[in-house]
Design a protein around this ligand. Structure first.
Ligand code: URA
Length: 485
C-alpha cells in the first residue's frame, strides 16, 4: 500500500494525481492522507505500488471533469480524495461512465457535487452579517458561519460581488475570509479569539428585524417539514430570528395554527371557530384566590402558595420555576440560596430588586423527602414540576402578565420559558438556542437566562453561568426602554 501525503488542497491533489497516473498507480493501492507538514509528501509504506502496463502519460479528460472533481473535493468525507482519484483513474483509462450518476462511483460523485452546491446556497441564504459600531473601524460587517463542506471561498466571492466596498469578515470553524474593500484575503484555521470576536458582535438593528419577522410570520401557512428542508435547523442558532423560529413554531403547534386558519376563513362564529377557541382555553378555571388553588396536587405538601412580588406595574418581570424550601416557609419568592445568586446578578446588571417583579411559573413548592432517620427531620428536596402541573398554574401567570404589564420578561430556566410560551414539555426546550438573544413574544421582550439554582449547581461552569445570568439581566435592563414591535 502506498501512502500519499499532501496538503489537502485541490491544486496539490491534482499535482499528485499527474505523477500517480503517469506512473500507472492503481487506486486500490493508495491511501490518501492530508498532512499540513509540507515536506516528505510521498512516503512509500510496505510493498511497491502495483504498476499497470498502460502508462497514462497523456492526461486527456473530458472538459467537464475537472470542474466536477473540484466541486466534489469540497465535500467533507474521509474517502473524498480516494473517490476522486478512482474516478479520474477510470476516466483516463477510457471509462467515462465513472462520471455519470448511473455508475457506482459516478453516483457518489454527482451526489457530492449536488450537496456542495446546496451548501454554497445555504451560505448565501443563511449567513448573517452583523454590523459593528462605525467608530470601531474595519471590518464593518462580521459573520460567523458553520458550513458542512468547504464552501467558504464560494460564499466569500458571492458576498464580495454584492457588498460593494464595505469591509467584512466571515469566520468559520476552519478558516476565515476577509474583504478589505478591494480584495479578498483568506486565512486557514480559526483561533479561539477570532471565533469569540465573530460570535460576539451585538447588532441593535437585529431587534427591528426580529420584530418584523415575528409580525410577518403566519402560523397558518407553516409547513414545518418543508421549512426544515429549506432551512436546516443547524443554521437557526446563528440567525437573529433563530430563537423566534422555535418559539413561533411551537406556538403554531400549540394551537395558533388552528386559530390563524380559522381567522383567515373569516371572523364569523361558526362551529369551527368555536371549537378552536374552546381548545385554546386553559383547562381549568382559576379559583377565586391563589391561596385556594387546587388545580393540581402540589398544594397538598406545600405550606402555602407563593405569589409574585414587586411593584403593581413593573417594566421587568423575572420568572422562575417554583418556590424553594425557604420561599415556601416565608411566602416570598427568591429569598433562599437561589435568591442570593439572583440578588448578586441583579446588582451586577445595575438593577434593584424592588424595581422588578419576581414570580414563578408554578406557585407551590414541589418537593420530596430525603434523609430523616434517627429522629432527624427529612430534608425537603426540590422536585421538578410535571408538564401538567406547569399547565395547571399557567392561568396565574397569565393574570400576573395582564396586571403587571411588563415590557421585558426574563425567563429563568426551562420551566419558566416553557410556561411562558405554552410549550407543554420543558424538556423540549433547549436554552442554548435562546442564549443571548432577546425575542418578541405577544408584544413583549423575552430574554432567556440560566436559572440561579443552575448557577449554584454548575460547579466548574458556575462563573460562566453567573455571567450569562447577569448579562441577560443587563439586556433586560436595556430592552425596557425599547418597544418590541
Ligand atoms: N427558585 C425559583 O425558581 N423560585 C424561587 O422563588 C426560588 C427558587
Amino acid at each position: 500500500m502506498r501512502l500519499v501525503r499532501f496538503s489537502g488542497r485541490f491544486a496539490d491533489w491534482r499535482k499528485e494525481c499527474r505523477t500517480l497516473l503517469e506512473d500507472g498507480v492503481a487506486p486500490h493501492t493508495l491511501t490518501w492522507q492530508v498532512d499540513s507538514a509540507g515536506d516528505d509528501l510521498f512516503a512509500a509504506v510496505g510493498e511497491e505500488p502495483a504498476r499497470y502496463a498502460d502508462t497514462r502519460a497523456a492526461l486527456k479528460v473530458p472538459r467537464e471533469l475537472p470542474e466536477l472533481l473540484e466541486s466534489a473535493a469540497r465535500f467533507r468525507a474521509d474517502d473524498r480524495w480516494a473517490l476522486l482519484y478512482r474516478v479520474l483513474w477510470r476516466v483516463t483509462g477510457g471509462d467515462r461512465s465513472a462520471m455519470l450518476a448511473g455508475d457506482i462511483d459516478g453516483a457518489v460523485l454527482q451526489r457530492r457535487v449536488k450537496a456542495v452546491r446546496r451548501e454554497a446556497h445555504h451560505m448565501h441564504a443563511f449567513l448573517r452579517f452583523r454590523q459593528r459600531d462605525a467608530a470601531l473601524g474595519a471590518p464593518q460587517f462580521v459573520a460567523w458561519h458553520e458550513p458542512a463542506h468547504d464552501v467558504l471561498d464560494l460564499g466569500a466571492e458571492h458576498f464580495a460581488e454584492r457588498m460593494g466596498r464595505s469591509t467584512w469578515l466571515i469566520a468559520t470553524p476552519d478558516g476565515a475570509a476577509h474583504f478589505d474593500g478591494t480584495r479578498l484575503h483568506y486565512q486557514e484555521g480559526c483561533p479561539a479569539e477570532l471565533r469569540a470576536f465573530a460570535e460576539g458582535i451585538r447588532d441593535d438593528g437585529e431587534r427591528l428585524w426580529q420584530a418584523y419577522y415575528a409580525s410577518t410570520f403566519n402560523p397558518a401557512r407553516l409547513n414545518e417539514k418543508v421549512m426544515r428542508g429549506h432551512m436546516p435547523a443547524r443554521f437557526w442558532k446563528h440567525l437573529p430570528e433563530g430563537p423566534l423560529i422555535a418559539e413561533l413554531m411551537s406556538q403554531a403547534r400549540a394551537g395558533q395554527q388552528r386559530l390563524a386558519q380559522t381567522a383567515a376563513v373569516g371572523e364569523q362564529d361558526g362551529r369551527q371557530v368555536l371549537i378552536a377557541r374552546e381548545k385554546a382555553q386553559p383547562q381549568r378555571p382559576l379559583p377565586s384566590s391563589l391561596e385556594n388553588c387546587r388545580n393540581c396536587d402540589i398544594w397538598r405538601d406545600a405550606t402555602r402558595a407563593v405569589p409574585g412580588e414587586g411593584p403593581p406595574r413593573a417594566r421587568i418581570m423575572l420568572l422562575g420555576e417554583q418556590p424553594g424550601d425557604q420561599e415556601d416557609l416565608a411566602g416570598k419568592p427568591f429569598i433562599g440560596p437561589a435568591g442570593e445568586v439572583l440578588a448578586r446578578a441583579l446588582a451586577e446588571a445595575g438593577l434593584r430588586r424592588e424595581d422588578v417583579y419576581l414570580t414563578n411559573a408554578v406557585k407551590h413548592f414541589k418537593w420530596q423527602p430525603r434523609g430523616g432517620i434517627a429522629g432527624r427531620a427529612a430534608t425537603r428536596l426540590h422536585a421538578t414540576p410535571k408538564p401538567a402541573e406547569i399547565k395547571a398554574c399557567r392561568g396565574w401567570l397569565g393574570k400576573e402578565l395582564e396586571e403587571v404589564q411588563p415590557q421585558v420578561i426574563v425567563a429563568l430556566g426551562r420551566t419558566a420559558l416553557a410556561s411562558l410560551l405554552e410549550i407543554h414539555d420543558p424538556q423540549r426546550v433547549r436554552l442554548a438556542d435562546f442564549a443571548g438573544r432577546a425575542f418578541a413574544h405577544q408584544g413583549r421582550w423575552v430574554v432567556v437566562a440560566p436559572h440561579p439554582a443552575a448557577v449554584l449547581r454548575a460547579a466548574d461552569a458556575a462563573e460562566r453561568r453567573f455571567a450569562e445570568l447577569a448579562e441577560a439581566l443587563r439586556q433586560a435592563s436595556e430592552l425596557q426602554e425599547v418597544m418590541p414591535t
